[in-house]
Design a protein around this ligand. Sequence first.
Ligand code: NAD
Length: 362
Amino acid sequence: MTGIKVGLVGAGLLGLTHSFCLKAISDAGLMDVKVTKVYDPNVAAADSLVENLGVEKRVASADEIFDDDNIDTVYITTPTLYHKELVCKAAAAGKNVFCEKPLYINYEGAKEMAAEIEKAKIVSGVGLVLRFSPTLNFILEKINTPDIGRPIFFSIRDDQCLPIKGLHHTTWRVNEEESGGGTLIEHSIHDIDLFSWLFGNIKLKDVDIKYHPEYQGIDNYVRIVAELKPRDGIAMEGILTSIWHDMIGRPSNRRLEIVFDKLFIATDHDFLGPIEITEGDGEVKIVEKDEILSTSLTTLGIVDSKIRDFFMGLDYETFGVYTLEDYFFLKAIVEKGVYSPGFDIAVSAHKLVHDIYSMGNK
Ligand SMILES: NC(=O)c1ccc[n+]([C@@H]2O[C@H](COP(=O)([O-])OP(=O)(O)OC[C@H]3O[C@@H](n4cnc5c(N)ncnc54)[C@H](O)[C@@H]3O)[C@@H](O)[C@H]2O)c1
């Protein structure tokens, strides 16, 4: 067997996204990878990947993928409720496993999954895709430079249309049994991970949660105030406001602001800026996408010119960041290395999500 052979479980938006990205990586000659089998109870969705993205074959069950000795790697991209059983079966079959976030509908289940993954000694990864965002890697680099002074304030306002129409025309996200909750677990688990990634441990100080009037157990407003200690133990305040509204015309994006004594950063765009920066007594500067992308590819360790050219040419409004994510997952498989963010990091995010729901529902 040559190359990486992938089995895909779940052919919705994220199944399509990863199929597209894996094909792009293969077509560009960066990695020898092919999605050979796809399973989705929605036959039309699976067939569409076979017809349009070069996936070899639709199969009638996920077990057909786990039992296939020619498949070494499995992507799990189903609604959240089904992740645990599928991940555990794939790991037990010795497959490398990439699972979309959230790992599961609750913290206990996420921990069980991580334990099974640990036992299996495979390459594993979780779709906390913000860690590959050029915007955020650029910002990470900035806040780790010396001479930016005392940390003061960090905030994210993450607002998105209730994901049951437009790009996310699904019903499972407003069914608590399948999603585990609303905007916090389903969407802002990304933000929770971002807090920890940028600033280390976070201590919750205050939580406010409001629920959608029509959908039982689906939070549509979550506000968190936390204490962060990013540098020399000096505390700064971190605020997350996570909102599901009903405006399909508004792009799903984050407003992010960071203030240190000698550094101000703000952006409204998750993936490719522009970023507004003021450093020390300098003027306000707008950093545009080419500089952001070039700097962040270097931060991510992409120095080879062929690989850089490929990633410089991608569309970061659509599949670009997911292609970076998949590239690093495949690289870990080829190099028999460790991929990050893995299940350990995802479990930490789940712990915080769990604590936030517990605190907010007191
Ligand atoms: N990382 C990100 O940026 C990001 C973005 C969106 C969604 N997600 C996550 O990806 C996962 C999938 O989300 P989506 O937007 O693709 O949802 P989706 O509804 O578009 O697709 C899910 C697909 O899974 C199929 N499915 C349901 N049960 C299944 C089963 N038991 N076995 C196989 N397939 C099954 C459905 O028929 C559907 O086609 C979710 O966990 C979601 O939270 C991650």
